[in-house]
Design a protein around this ligand. Structure first.
Ligand SMILES: *Cc1c(COP(=O)(O)O)cnc(C)c1O
Length: 395
């Protein structure tokens, strides 16, 4: 299909809810993707942080085609070898406190499950979330998401949530009352433009939850699975949550969301109280097993730390060279550049120069590249950024 036809069909027939870039991506390999005109791009968008192991990793492709030959779907009311294999791999890397998981199909679903579970376990319906948070856009997940532009039109159906200042444990204590059952937090905030909390914040949050009888829900959907340089972002802060949400890259790009919880919490769900038709399907599970094996064998968390260091020092150099940059910040391969002006045009410049990247709010570029990035890819990205920023400043 021609580019014009692809753009035309998507523009006229899809719900108009995505801020679109005018390219059609048709294939990918590692940290690189190609468009319908065979132009190559360095992918620092990574499918919004999904492509942890890169695009079309040969081992993932093999696992998918082998599973597709055997069986693609198997409902949760039947047992399945691909699902059991996935659990075997997953529990090798989950914090030891996690006893059971629910398998769904997306990040928002993993959050929905966590919220229902917290209510079932504590008998309380109120939740504390953080300013700047992003947890998804279904009604429950949207209730704990901060962004006004996402909530505004739906405020009347959202659940009761108190928002505290991210990074400030005192502000959390202030909104605790006897109706609050849980606190939900991103150990590193993504959508907010990559915000790393002060070193003691999560430990203080853990203490508040313990003393006030609340559950701590960690949303590791974006920052988990090695992205920040350790398997879980919580590991940096030496805490373990009661419930954990995982999604994005867990199945190598196939849809999957996982809610992990302490044994005593997850057993409180009764039969039928939370299920999903596609959840734990054989194809996604086979993909997830392969993905977790690759993450472990290729030591991608360590890799994210090493390559992340190279990226950070490059971004800092860019910030010194260009006065238009306000700040470079991040951890591992979760990085951001905040500018003094809106970056919409700069995103276009980057695209023209063969690089895909993300925005967070009006002024911030965010980078969630595949963890299989090479040193050469990082250097290439930095030089593309340098060129694009210079072109932008000259206008
Ligand atoms: C992407 C994301 C979600 C929502 O995931 P979806 O699969 O888009 O529903 C939730 N929390 C965080 C931190 C995310 O980055």
């Amino acid at each position: 299909m021609k580019l014009a036809d692809i753009l035309d069909l998507e523009n006229s027939r899809l719900a108009n809810v995505y801020e679109k870039m005018p390219v059609a991506i048709v294939r990918g390999r590692g940290a690189h993707v190609w468009d319908s005109e065979n132009r190559e791009y360095l992918d620092f968008m990574g499918g919004y942080g999904v492509a942890l192991i890169g695009h079309s990793h040969p081992e993932l492709v093999r696992a998918l085609s082998e599973q597709a030959e055997k069986i693609i779907t198997c409902h949760g009311s039947l047992f399945n070898d691909a699902r059991a294999n996935f659990l075997h791999e997953l529990f090798k890397i989950l914090p030891s406190r996690m006893g059971r998981v629910f398998i769904g199909n997306s990040g928002a679903e993993a959050v929905e499950c966590a919220l229902k579970l917290a209510q079932k376990f504590t008998g309380k319906r109120k939740i504390i979330a953080m300013k700047g948070s992003f947890h998804g856009k279904t009604r429950g997940a949207l209730s704990v998401t901060w962004g006004k532009k996402y909530r505004e039109a739906f405020e009347s159906v959202l659940a009761e949530v108190s928002f505290a200042s991210y990074g400030d444990a005192v502000s959390v204590s202030k909104v605790v009352d006897s109706d609050v059952g849980a606190v939900i937090v991103e150990p590193v905030q993504g959508e907010a433009g990559v915000r790393i909390p002060p070193p003691d914040f999560l430990r203080e949050l853990r203490e508040i939850c313990d003393t006030r009888g609340m559950l701590l829900i960690a949303d590791e959907i974006q920052c988990g699975l090695g992205r920040t340089g350790s398997m879980w972002a919580c590991d940096h802060f030496r805490i373990s949550p009661d419930i954990m949400c995982i999604a994005k890259g867990i199945a190598g790009g196939l849809p999957m969301g996982v809610t992990a919880a302490r044994e005593d919490i997850m057993v409180r769900f009764g039969k039928g109280e939370h299920t999903s038709t596609f959840g734990g399907n054989s194809l996604s599970c086979a993909a997830a097993s392969a993905t977790l094996r690759i993450i472990t064998r290729e030591q991608l968390p360590e890799r994210a730390r090493e390559i992340g260091d190279r990226l950070v020092s490059g971004l800092r150099r860019l910030a010194e060279r260009h006065s238009t940059i306000r700040e470079a910040r991040g951890i591992g391969l979760m990085q951001a550049l905040e500018f003094r002006f809106p970056i919409k045009e700069l995103l276009g410049k980057l695209l023209d120069n063969g690089m895909l990247s993300l925005y967070s709010g009006l002024n911030t570029l965010r980078f969630l590249p595949p963890l299989v990035l090479t040193e050469g890819d990082v250097d290439l990205a930095l030089s593309k950024m340098d060129t694009s920023i210079s072109q932008q400043s000259k206008q």
